[in-house]
Design a protein around this ligand. Sequence first.
Ligand SMILES: *Cc1c(COP(=O)(O)O)cnc(C)c1O
Length: 385
Amino acid sequence: MPDGSPAAPPLPFIDLDAQRRAIGPRMEEAILRVVRSGKYILGPEVGQLEKDLAAFCGAPHVLSCANGTDALALCLMAWDIKPGDAVLCPAFTFAATAEVVAWVGATPVFVDVVPETFNMSPASLEAGFDTAKRLGLKPRAVITVDLFGLPADYDAILPIARAHGAKVLDDAAQGFGAHYRGKALGTFGDMTATSFFPAKPLGCYGDGGAVFCNDAATLDLLQSLRVHGQDNNDKYENIRIGMNGRLDTIQAAVLIEKLSVFEAEIAARQKIADRYNAALADIAIVPRVPEGLSSVWAQYTLRAPGRDRARIMAALKEAGIPTAIYYPKPLNRQRAYAQYPVAGNGVPVSEQLAAEVFSLPMHAYLDEATQDRIIAAARRALAAG
Ligand SMILES: *Cc1c(COP(=O)(O)O)cnc(C)c1O
């Protein structure tokens, strides 16, 4: 935009309304169908969505639930993770990843990430197992996170976890839909949890989540935990402590429609990421997807080491381009989590990334003209920052 022309209105960070317009009246009809059916709790759409999700990623079994945090908690409850147990997870992630560990009374041990992918460092994971054992804790599980939509390094992490007898739970809240060496997320490790929070790559119109697992016995256990620990064959007999963790039928109906366009949306996100990368690689550190992996670009995250991030973000805001910092503090620096151990000699990469990263608008309905406006503003801001 040449100087002196009227300022274009600010962009939304994620334009959910553009998606609603693109999907059209189908989704609103699906919602009304549920309203008219009266089957608000565990209606037929819930089972249909679980089948569709399993088919989408190739996971043997899927259980929908109320949100991504409950999805993670259900997995830890199914494994009976408890006080005295350690669960290793990255320090550079959303709080829910570690929160669920504390919920069940276990100890999160914070592991560092690698700067190239923002994902868990295998070397720091090894150190984390040593730390847990040194503290007299029993390391029971590792929670990988597919941060910003990119799968974690499963070829390296799975054998380390196995060697220590620990389960692997994939927190795919940001990565569902991505692939790692030809296999879709949802099929790695022992269980996978995801979130359908509206701003996630696959989001509903409220809260939602799902768990992916490998065998029918685990699914049965998860089904019981999701409804107050009931006996699945006798709902008046509660056989364990569970929760109310069901997905609303209305949200399942929304997700069935959104899942039907998800593949095309992922392709659109990839094209945008490619254009951003080509236009910005000479002026910032752009996100690179390792060979054989794909990302769903939950966030498009830049680094500008040694430059003034606040100034860059302020210049972008001035130009009507919203940005966000995911995440400004690693979990070990946050008050609720500062008491928990970190792996080995600390998590220096997480600390550094927290000081450097910022994310540009990314969603499937960004047209090329808008992308170019974002790119031009980002180049100006980075050059001046
Ligand atoms: C969003 C998110 C969650 C939690 O999902 P909710 O549906 O909001 O409970 C957990 N882990 C990660 C990495 C997330 O991004």
